[in-house]
Design a protein around this ligand. Structure first.
Ligand code: ZN
Length: 114
């Protein structure tokens, strides 16, 4: 059985990640949504404030009579993120196949399951 093919999506909902590129570099958060077909995820910051937030200008509506700026959390590409191991911090992800043939994500440093 060939196992060389890379998994399509490394991250899943609830993962703890750190931003390693871009304007939010160093921020940590939790994956709130995944978009596997685009390799993007939405990350909610654990320190408050969103990650990869875009300011969205809104036109005044008849109902409110005023416009404004709204924060909108945008999906971030998985290559800008690293999975966080509870022991080591941001780490590279490895894979281990157990005797049942099931694949487990592991920390490449300490080997802990992630
Ligand atoms: Zn580790």
């Amino acid at each position: 059985m060939a196992t060389k093919a890379k998994p399509k999506m490394k991250l899943k909902k609830g993962d703890h990640v750190q931003v390693i590129q871009g304007k939010d570099i160093g921020k940590r958060g939790e994956v709130a949504h995944v978009f596997p077909e685009r390799n993007k995820v939405i990350v909610e910051s654990s320190e408050g404030g969103g990650i990869n937030v875009a300011k969205k200008h809104q036109k005044p509506t008849r109902a409110t009579m005023q416009g404004g700026i709204q924060d909108k959390t945008m999906p971030i590409h998985v290559s800008n993120l690293m999975l966080v191991c509870g022991k080591d911090g941001p780490v590279k992800v490895g894979y281990r196949i157990d005797p049942n043939g099931e694949k487990h994500r592991v920390c490449r440093k300490c080997g802990a399951e992630l």
